[in-house]
Design a protein around this ligand. Structure first.
Ligand code: GLC
Length: 482
């Protein structure tokens, strides 16, 4: 099959969250299976795309548009097509926000026009990058208007939309709608993109993509309810037959403690001595003081979704039990401020790194004992999978993909982590205490670590569900969307 992904994040070049890792590792897995994958991605930030050594680069332009296209071949059948030009590569910042974390005011307009140009100029014909794709797979709100354009122009190529996070919807006022060249008939609540007085890019995708997926089976069920549906639960229920939850896999070559070049010492399940060394090295690098308690980590966006505020709330109680904490990530300025204050009040016990760093992420995953994910909701979550592979047992709120990838060691004979619910601070805290008790029982702990490290979180099995959807769509090609 020939598939085109349209996405806004691609590790290691453009990364805000897990979407970056998933775009790259899913494309890699599909291409390794012999499929041809082209990833189209708007370039954000002036340093992108990288002019990496050995990359095959070509330039081209389409129509009258000022966009610049350049391609980099990652492998024989995996090609990245970078789309740059006005509004994208000529400004610093990320795909959704500028360098100060302020959302781009013209984000919807830029992504809307990009979708139109892709649908009008890139997709319909054979172009200089080869024959047109068999199907288009788009990701999250910035690409939500593409299925609408494909439908509107009657292009007979099926589309799949993956929801990585329903909380981000790309809402916009009517005056932007007027600048998006869309016929007025699309501005309606029933079967259109109007959403409580605004337009919604994500809703456009939910209505017009042929198939919908999201990143875990539990989240696929949760988003049909008002508690997790962000107001779109009705639309999603209307399309429930076309919606599938598929767990994200991880890149198990990149996240492998036995070969990870970023670690001071490598280790595997048969010999965890290296992990102890990684722990000592990490404590030293972070300048944490000696203690008799566990070392716990939080890595992720510092946002309400991820429950960073909850960690801030219970952290002093954990520290008073001898815990050491490390937090790695960027976030809202309010959240960054709160974690900075926290570490100032607990020097030596809590270390905060407000940056995004793969190198720190790997060393922390390897050196920590416990990994904290008190997310309010979590479509899938990757870090709890990375951490299990590194023998760092996760403490998670039993929600979404966390529920699907972490079983509780006190409740399940195959458990490799600790789950809390109901969604309260007390239950989070008491679960941390349970985890601490397990950690203080070395034989049991090592057995749990070994079990966690032997779980297969790779894409190899999980990718089959995507291939099944693609094949279904191709076998129905020509039929109109349901
Ligand atoms: C978003 C979600 C996260 C998911 C990732 C990749 O970042 O918040 O749960 O793992 O997308 O699908």
């Amino acid at each position: 099959m020939r598939m085109a992904f349209v996405t806004t994040e691609l590790a290691p070049w453009i990364k805000v969250g897990g979407l970056a890792d998933v775009s790259t590792s899913l494309a890699n897995t599909l291409s390794a299976l012999g499929h041809t994958v082209q990833v189209l991605i708007p370039v954000t930030g002036v340093d992108c795309p990288p002019r990496s050594a050995g990359a095959v680069e070509r330039k081209g332009s389409i129509g009258q548009s000022s966009l610049i296209w350049r391609s980099t071949r990652i492998s024989n059948n995996f090609e990245v097509i970078w789309i740059g030009g006005a509004g994208f590569s000529d400004r610093d910042g990320g795909p959704y926000a500028n360098s100060f974390g302020e959302e781009w005011p013209d984000g919807v307009l830029r992504y809307g026009h990009l979708c139109e140009i892709l649908a009008r100029a890139w997709i319909p014909q054979k172009n200089e990058w080869g024959p047109r794709p068999d199907l288009i797979h788009v990701h999250d709100w910035p690409t939500g208007l593409l299925p609408l354009w494909i439908h509107k122009l009657g292009i007979p190529i099926p589309t799949v939309l993956t929801i990585h996070n329903l909380a981000y919807q790309g809402l916009f006022p009517h005056e932007i709608f007027e600048r998006l060249d869309l016929a007025p008939e699309f501005w309606r609540a029933e079967g259109g993109i109007e959403f409580y007085g605004s337009g919604s890019c994500l809703k456009a995708g939910l209505i017009f993509a042929n198939r919908l997926t999201t990143v875990s089976p539990s989240y696929a069920r949760e988003i049909l309810t008002p508690a997790f549906g962000n107001g779109l639960e009705g639309v999603l229920r209307g399309r429930a037959r076309d919606l599938t939850g598929i767990l994200n896999g991880i890149d198990s070559d990149c996240w492998n403690p036995a070969t990870d070049p970023l670690l001071p010492v490598r280790y595997d399940a048969s010999d965890l001595t290296g992990k102890r060394y990684c722990r000592e090295a990490l404590i030293g690098q972070l300048d944490l003081s000696e203690s008799s308690g566990p070392l716990a980590a939080f890595i992720g966006r510092l946002t309400e979704q991820k429950g960073i505020d909850r960690l801030v709330e219970i952290a002093p109680r954990l520290v008073s039990r001898g815990w050491r904490l490390v937090v790695l990530g960027r976030g809202t300025s309010d959240a960054e401020q709160r974690v900075a204050d926290l570490s100032r009040h607990h020097p030596g016990a809590i270390r905060v790194l407000t940056e995004q760093s793969e190198s720190w992420a790997h060393r922390i995953e390897a050196g920590a004992d416990l990994f904290l994910m008190p997310s309010r909701f979590e479509p899938c979550g990757l870090s709890q999978q990375y951490s299990q592979r590194y023998g760092t047992l996760p403490i998670v709120h039993a929600v979404g993909g966390l529920r699907d990838t972490v079983q509780d060691a006190d409740q399940d004979p195959c458990g490799t982590g600790f789950r809390f619910g109901p969604d309260t601070l007390e239950s989070f805290f008491s679960t941390c205490v349970r985890a601490e008790q397990a950690w203080r029982t070395p034989e049991r702990w090592i057995a749990l670590q070994r079990r966690a490290m032997s779980i297969d979180f790779s894409w190899q099995r999980r990718v089959r569900a995507y291939i099944q959807i693609y094949e279904d769509l191709l076998s129905k090609r020509g039929q109109s969307p349901s």
